[in-house]
Ligand binder design. Structure first.
Ligand SMILES: Cc1cc2nc3c(=O)[nH]c(=O)nc-3n(C[C@H](O)[C@H](O)[C@H](O)COP(=O)(O)OP(=O)(O)OC[C@H]3O[C@@H](n4cnc5c(N)ncnc54)[C@H](O)[C@@H]3O)c2cc1C
Length: 487
């Protein structure tokens, strides 16, 4: 049995651990916090349970894969149900659109909002996006790259993507099929998940729209915190998770091969190490003797976000859903400010997630958890976050009041890009490197470094990228590297 250490019990680390268990290794996960989850941490405060990170869970089958590798399943370890509605879009003209739990039900909502022709276009779009997903997932996402030439390994799939406009702008791809400006926003805002504007994101990212709008948004029993909790429980059936222990250095043999890690609780030896820290942070803190790989020398980070977690007492607006996206009047101008100029959005779109609506146990009786997210520039932008913190909070409070959410605040917690940076996230963004073409696939920081044999990377700063589905895959890709490395 070979010994493998996984640094970090976020979703990437837990996925890697599950796959490594499945391969028969002796696995130890080392996590600096007292609980699993990483960016998906749960914070319990005055009787409220706040999920601090991801709230939009898509593609449960990608969670099933690591859990099955470790002898369990998603249904057993993290039961969940499909949300209906998945999203409620609220537009500046006062109209609303519900994205429902089936294409037909959403099409019926679109017909009410924008007419039968738009509804038919929405239905037609599904087959095209499904094909994109089928072409991209096995050939370009769920795959390890050894060289740029690997991009040419599947010429038919690549040709299929070109034919479908996947290498043109996402916005143009959608605009060709959809005319209603509100529906266009609902089908392209997902570009931001990849750290880009709809005008600059490639059409390949329409697969994110496919994943949430057509394949559904899911709510785990007990809320999003149930995902890392369930995964950790499965990992601990066959491996050890050392909580409250920070890795401070990588141990290497004289020939440079990895020999384990040093932690604040002493050294741990291993035959291979999977590191899930943000890659820039990992190189600076664990491998200071190495020059940064080229892909990390001039990184372009995704925009960041300000999160306001509020525990409130009172009634929700009548039509409130689990995920409420409040769009402003402006659109392109907001992305230009945020992405191009590093400024606050002049007329921001905001996400309000009310996890306690579907999981009342997350808040005391008569109360709700509000998760208010506004996209914001990362630390390469032009905002002085020390000065901006309080005015930002005030604006979010005014917004909640205007939109009819309860205003009696019982408890709260505000997170700005400075806080993300304090947690070791490059550029002060929890969303890692933007998915520009030059930071994607074989151009993204690789999940291995030939200068450090036996060290592998997983997580959002390496392949395939950001978000729950992607980091779950990244754990599998890292485990495949380990499998090739160890005899
Ligand atoms: C606010 C927010 C909203 C999001 N929304 C969504 C969403 O709706 N849908 C979606 O799919 N994705 C979303 N994401 C993205 C998604 O959550 C992340 O891409 C994913 O969780 C990253 O997981 P990870 O394992 O790569 O990193 P992390 O979760 O950061 O895991 C790294 C782990 O390493 C630990 N660690 C760090 N340093 C050390 C050390 N020295 N020693 C030991 N342990 C250490 C950390 O404590 C952490 O547990 C969101 C993220 C955030 C923050």
């Amino acid at each position: 049995m070979s010994r493998v250490i996984v640094i970090g019990a976020g979703l990437a680390g837990l996925s890697a651990a599950c796959h490594l268990i499945g391969q028969g290794h002796q696995v130890t996960v080392v996590e600096r916090e007292a609980v699993p989850g990483g960016r998906g941490l749960r914070r319990v405060q005055e009787g409220f349970s706040f999920d601090l990170g991801p709230t939009v869970m898509t593609m449960p089958e990608l969670l099933d894969e690591p859990l099955r590798a470790a002898g369990s399943s998603q249904a057993e370890a993290v039961p969940m149900r499909r949300l209906d509605p998945a999203y409620r879009g609220i537009f500046a003209d006062g109209s609303e659109l519900l994205v429902r739990d089936s294409t037909a039900a959403t099409a019926a909502e679109i017909e009410k909002l924008a007419g039968a022709a738009e509804a038919a276009s929405f239905v037609d779009l599904e087959a095209d996006l499904a094909r994109l997903y089928e072409l991209e997932l096995p050939h370009f996402i769920d795959t390890n790259y050894d060289s740029v030439l690997d991009l040419l390994a599947h010429p038919l799939a690549a040709a299929g993507l070109v034919r479908r406009g996947a290498f043109g702008p996402l916005q143009s791809m959608i605009n060709k099929r959809i005319s209603d400006p509100r529906l266009r926003r609902m089908l392209t805002f997902q570009a931001l998940y990849a750290g880009l504007s709809p005008a600059t994101a490639l059409g390949v990212y329409a697969v994110i729209t496919y994943m949430d709008t057509y394949r559904g948004v899911w709510l785990p029993e007990g809320g999003m915190g149930a995902i890392p909790a369930g995964m950790a429980e499965v990992v601990e059936r066959s491996a050890t998770i050392e909580y409250g222990r920070s890795v401070t250095a990588l141990l290497r043999r004289p020939d440079g091969v990895v020999a384990g890690v040093r932690t604040d609780g002493g050294p741990l030896s291993a035959d291979a190490v999977v590191c899930t820290l943000d890659a820039p942070h990992a190189y600076r803190t664990l491998l200071p003797e190495l020059r940064l790989p080229r892909s990390l020398r001039r990184p372009v980070y995704s925009p960041s976000a300000v999160l306001w977690h509020v525990g409130v007492r009172g009634e929700l607006p009548e039509r409130a859903a689990h995920h409420n996206i409040h769009f402003g009047e402006q659109w392109e101008g907001c992305f230009e400010a945020l992405v191009d100029r590093g400024e606050l959005m002049p007329d921001p779109a905001r996400l309000v997630t009310v996890s306690s609506l579907g999981e009342p146990g997350l808040a005391p009786e008569g109360c709700h958890t509000l998760y208010v997210l506004e996209p914001a520039p990362n630390l390469d932008g032009r905002v002085d976050w020390t000065a901006e913190r309080e005015p930002f909070r005030e604006r979010l409070a005014t917004f909640l009041d205007r939109e009819g959410y309860p205003t009696e605040i019982v408890t709260e917690h505000l997170v700005t890009p400075l806080d993300w940076a304090g947690l070791g996230m490059g550029g002060g963004t929890p969303f890692g490197l933007a998915h520009l073409f030059r930071q994607t696939g074989p151009f993204r920081p690789a999940n291995h470094d030939r200068r450090v044999p036996g060290l592998f990377f997983a997580g959002s700063s390496t392949v395939p990228g950001v978000g729950v589905p992607m980091v779950l895959i990244s754990g599998k890709l890292a485990a495949q590297r380990v499998e090739q490395w160890l005899p």
